[in-house]
Every structure is written in C-alpha cells, then in structure tokens.
Design a protein around this ligand. Structure first.
Ligand code: SF4
Length: 453
C-alpha cells in the first residue's frame, strides 16, 4: 500500500545532456537534487513530467537544437497536460531571456552556477506557472548546496568537477561569460565526494574544469589535489581535463616525474593553432614555442606520455602559411587524438566581430587537417597491435558476450568474454582495431602475475 502511494506520488524526469563532460557531471548532480523531491529518471520521452535540456554553447546552432527538441516535446504532449520544461547549461546562461521570450513552452532557464536552486524552481513552477530565469554566478553557494546531496553516480569511470569558470578570455570562447570567473572547490570537499564515488563503485576519476590546471584553493594546486586523491585506496586511475598551456606549471610536470601510478600518461592539452600570429589574435597567452617546451619537459620526465588536442581551423586572419604551421605542429607532436572544427563565431565574444575568412577555404583546410590527423591516429593504433594494454573494464556490451573498457590512453577496447569484468583492470593483447575501437584478448598468462600499472 505504502509502495503504491509512493509510486503514485513519484514523478518522472527526462534529462538530455549536450556537450562536454562538465555538463554530464551537472546532469548527474541535477538528478541527485530532484530525487529528493520525488523525481525518478526516465528514458521515455512521452512519459516525463519534467524535461531538462542541459545545453552546450560551444558549437553552432546550439539554440536551434533547443527549439527543435522543444518542438518534439510539444508534439508528443499535444492534447495532454504540459510537462515542465527547464533549459540549463551554457545556452541558458548566454541566451536565457531570448529563449523565454521566444518559446513560452519553456518554464525556466537555469544557468550552470544556479543549478543548486533547481528544486526550488521546480516547486515554484508546480505551484504557479510563471517563467523563471536564474542565471546568477555564485559557484560557492552552488557547491555548498550540492555538498548536502551525495553524488550517486555509480559508473566505474566517474566525473568530478573541481573547478569552474575561466579568466583567460580567449577571443573565440563563451565560457568566461557563461560560467563566470575561475572558482576552485576546497580539497577536503573534493576528497569526500571522491570517496562517495568510490563507495558507489568508481575506480577511475576524471577531474573536470574548464581550466582544470588553473585549480587553486588556499594555495593548493592541481598537483596537490591529485596527490591527495591518489591516497584513496580503491581509486585506480586519475585523469583530468581540460588544461591550458599557460597553467601547466612545474609542480604539475613534476608529478609525472614522481611516477604517480594512478595518474594516466595521457594529457589533453588544447593548442588551437600552430601559428604564433593566430595564437596572439586568439589571446591564448602562449606561443608555439611555450607549448613545445611543455610537451618536451613532460616527455622527458615520462616518455610514455601521449597527447591529444583541440584545433580551430580558419580563425579570422588565418593565411595558408599559418595553416601550414598548424599542420607542422600536428605532425611534430603526433597527437593520438584531435578535435578540430572550423571557426564559428559565438555571439557576444570579441571574435564574433572579426571578418571571417572564406568558408570554402576553411572547409578545404579542415579536410586536409583531419586527413593528416587521421593518418597519425591510424599509425598510432596500428602500433598497438600485438602489444599489451592495461584496460579498466566498464560495462558489458549490450546483447553480446563482450566487455567494454578503456586503456590508459582512453582508447576504447572490447574483448570477447562471458566473465563480468566490471571495475577490473586486465592486461589485454590488442589484436585489431578501427578508428574508434580496439579489439583484444585477455592475456591470462600475463594476468596471473602480479602487475603494477
Ligand atoms: S582557456 Fe578555454 S575556457 Fe578559457 S576562454 Fe580560452 S578556450 Fe575558453
């Protein structure tokens, strides 16, 4: 009877996440909040009482995607009681008023730093149907509130936001306007949240921040935080993203020298361009030479380290020679993974006022860039065949006797097995692979021996 009453009171929430890992973390935390007011997650679009669109503003047409999704929800609910619609994330922050004005079906826009007020907003909407716009910037208040709610993410590989916002003001980027100034959470709070994640089954933690290596709380930097988190017994792996070259300080390089066994030898370090002229125009605050110096130092302290990066192709003012410098850098470093996009002006950023270069030229350059990057990636992946990788297994592949995991370099690896490998690290002999996935066999002989990563 009590269970029946509970089920009747229970409401359903559908959370759609766009964009980066920080949004994934935020979506998890939104769910931790709404559970306390009796909402349960659903994957069925037409069953939800509340929809959350957790948006990303980095790419073009982000706002259009929101209108498109709301159009679908409207269609699904034609002739029925309207569900609550909340838009969160960076589009909410950057274009909240425009969204509310244009789409009356939206009940609330909540910026990333106001997420902790989510339950209050839902209750307000349930009582009265006025549109709400919450786009303040109080990261401290947000995390102080979220700390009352245990992080219930139960993934083997979990995200932990340690830092938010950015003070760098790269001319193309909206983050300083949507996430506000740099804010770092206290170490003790982060260690506690990490322990919660471990108690839920996490073996790998990815520390997140828009400028993660700018982390600094009470003069403790990212290197100190990594050392503290490494002490948590059941954590096997630590990653962090996204770093800025300017904040890649000696202490962070040193931590690789100390052979911290839990820190993976894989660093995502966006460079954006291989031309000093373009880096300056972007206000990146570093040169190609600075970047190469960091890479060289890291390789010196640990030759196993590999890199991935982000590139913007066709930034205003980019000449053929600037572009060729970017290709040279790509080939020199041999990034094992690259994320590359044609420059797209984000409203409200200084770069949006610049004259764009010819779009066809940008498109051609992007093709050249991506073909070169793919060749490097393929070469790297082939070099892994018949070698052994340390794989942390995350989940069974649906409807197959296969298990999915990732190696230290975040490469996806699949093995055939009937065994439940969730949360285990195994040595895997890589047999084949394509651009996205490596396929291997568990090397039982090697796994019999005791090994250290
Ligand atoms: S450092 Fe990164 S987050 Fe900050 S403004 Fe530049 S691109 Fe944006």
């Amino acid at each position: 009877m009590a269970q029946k009453l509970k089920n009747n009171l229970e409401k359903k929430i559908f959370i759609k996440t766009f964009g980066c890992q920080m949004n994934e973390y935020d979506s998890n935390r939104i769910y931790d909040l709404v559970k306390s007011i009796n909402y349960k997650k659903t994957d069925e679009l037409d069953k939800a009482d509340c929809y959350v669109l957790n948006t990303c503003h980095i790419r073009e047409k982000a706002t259009d995607k929101v209108y498109h999704d709301i159009g679908r929800i409207k269609k699904n609910f034609r002739g029925r009681k309207k569900p609550i619609i909340v838009v969160t994330g960076c589009v909410a922050q950057a274009e909240g008023d425009i969204l509310l004005d244009r789409e009356k079906y939206i009940d609330a826009v909540i910026g990333p730093q106001s997420l902790h007020k989510f339950n209050q907003i839902i209750k307000n909407i349930e009582k009265k149907s006025l549109q709400e716009n919450l786009t303040g910037f109080d990261a401290k208040e947000k995390f102080d509130t979220l700390n009352y709610y245990k992080n219930s993410d139960s993934s083997v590989s979990s995200f932990l936001t340690i830092q938010e916002g950015c003070d760098k003001f790269c001319k193309f980027c909206v983050v300083p306007y949507t996430r506000g100034a740099e804010f770092s959470r206290p170490i003790n709070e982060l260690v506690k949240e990490c322990k919660d994640l471990v108690s839920n089954g996490a073996k790998e933690i990815t520390l997140l921040g828009q400028n993660v290596n700018a982390y600094c709380h009470n003069e403790k930097k990212l290197s100190s935080l990594i050392s503290e988190i490494s002490k948590i017994k059941d954590i096997e792996r630590i990653r962090y993203t996204t770093s800025h070259p300017k904040d890649f300080t000696e202490d962070l390089i040193d931590i690789y020298r100390s052979h911290n066994k839990k820190l993976t030898p894989f660093i995502h370090l966006p460079v954006q361009s291989g031309s000093n002229k373009i880096l300056e125009a972007m206000n990146r605050k570093h040169t190609v030479e600075d970047y190469l110096e960091i890479i060289n130092k890291l390789r010196e302290v640990n030759p196993r380290i590999k890199f991935s990066s982000d590139f913007i192709i066709g930034y205003p003012g980019e000449t053929e020679s600037d572009f060729n410098d970017t290709i040279k850098l790509l080939e020199k470093i041999e990034f094992i993974n690259c994320y590359s996009f044609i420059f797209s002006p984000r409203p409200g950023t200084p770069a949006a006022k610049l004259n764009e270069i010819d779009h066809n030229t940008s498109k051609k350059r992007l093709v050249i860039f991506q073909n070169t990057a793919e060749k490097i990636k393929l070469r790297y992946r082939r070099s892994l065949f018949n070698k052994t990788a340390l794989v942390l297994f995350e989940n069974k592949v649906k409807n197959k006797d296969e298990f999915f995991g990732r190696d230290e370099y975040a490469n996806s690896v699949i093995v055939k097995t009937k065994e439940n490998l969730k949360g285990k690290i195994k040595k895997v002999k890589i047999k084949s692979g394509n651009q996205n996935t490596l396929f291997g066999e568990i090397d039982n002989k090697l796994n019999e021996r005791n090994f250290a990563a």
